[in-house]
Ligand binder design. Structure first.
Ligand code: UDP
Length: 247
């Protein structure tokens, strides 16, 4: 797959349906695959932290979650066609999985969220095989137990919803212990599946204004969002210096 190097993070140039197709192919391969969907905040985090950049680059699929990343790819003259957010990719994967025997594990969110998400998802996808649930609040010493729970469930794919960068770090730390074929970090998506959080209306997503909608709903995000203009400025001024790593 073609990639664009955005400040040292090698993002796959795929849209939502290409990403979902790729994950379905991963499910047919007998090995582990990590799927991350970095937004501009996460790429900025990786820009400042080489170890985290390496961690992201170890993923088998990295998609552009956020209009900032899509714009960055255009500035770097390797345009990604559209934003491929984790939630939208997960939706397409669920739809496709509904017609297969693949098994899903839901991991993350506050206690009760995964249960509510399961209830809603099986209403929508009646053939979906959800084989395990675990909330996302745990002590470090409980981590092995969680990996064991996921492995014992026989899941082929796990949605890890701990927020970024926690979920990416969790997946990477456990990639050699997990027996699943796909571990996908999809942030607050379980809250949306559970009906606890509303997704921004389509018009905001399509016009690249989802960040504005989220800012109005969750003003505490302002600190995190201040990374956006810094990200744009860094891509414009420094983005091309990263060309040597371009694939
Ligand atoms: N979360 C979790 N464990 C933690 C911290 C967060 O399960 O230790 C969950 C939290 O309940 C929420 C999600 O992770 O469901 C983070 O959502 P957010 O929208 O902030 O993440 P983003 O998509 O912005 O990374």
């Amino acid at each position: 797959m073609d990639k664009v190097n955005i400040l040292g993070v090698h993002v796959d140039m795929v849209n939502i349906s290409e990403a979902a197709d790729c994950i379905m192919r991963f499910l047919d391969e007998d090995k582990f695959h990590a799927v991350f969907t970095p937004n501009s905040e996460i790429i900025m985090h990786a820009y400042k932290n080489a170890e985290f950049a390496d961690l992201l680059n170890r993923a088998e699929l990295l998609t552009a979650d956020g209009i900032g990343v899509v714009h960055a790819s255009k500035i770097l003259k390797k345009p990604i066609k559209e934003r491929a957010a984790g939630y939208d990719i997960a939706r397409q994967v669920l739809q496709k999985m509904n017609y297969t025997d693949h098994k899903l594990f839901l991991f993350g969110g506050k206690p009760g969220v995964a249960e509510e998400a399961k209830k809603n998802l099986v209403k929508e996808y009646p053939e979906l095989n959800i084989v395990g649930l675990r909330n996302g609040y745990f002590k470090p010493e409980e981590e092995d137990e969680i990996v064991e729970q996921i492995n014992n469930s026989g899941a082929d794919i796990v949605f890890v919803c701990l927020g970024a960068p926690k979920q990416e770090e969790w997946i990477d730390r456990n990639r050699d212990k997990l027996n699943v074929r796909v571990a996908m970090g999809i942030g607050g998506s379980l809250d949306v599946f559970a009906g606890r959080v509303e997704r921004a209306p389509e018009i905001f997503c399509k016009t690249g204004m989802e960040w504005f909608y989220r800012l109005c709903k969750e003003p505490w995000r302002i600190g995190r969002m201040m990374e956006l203009p810094k990200f744009a400025a860094t891509v414009i001024t420094k983005g091309k210096n990263y060309k040597q790593y371009q694939e």
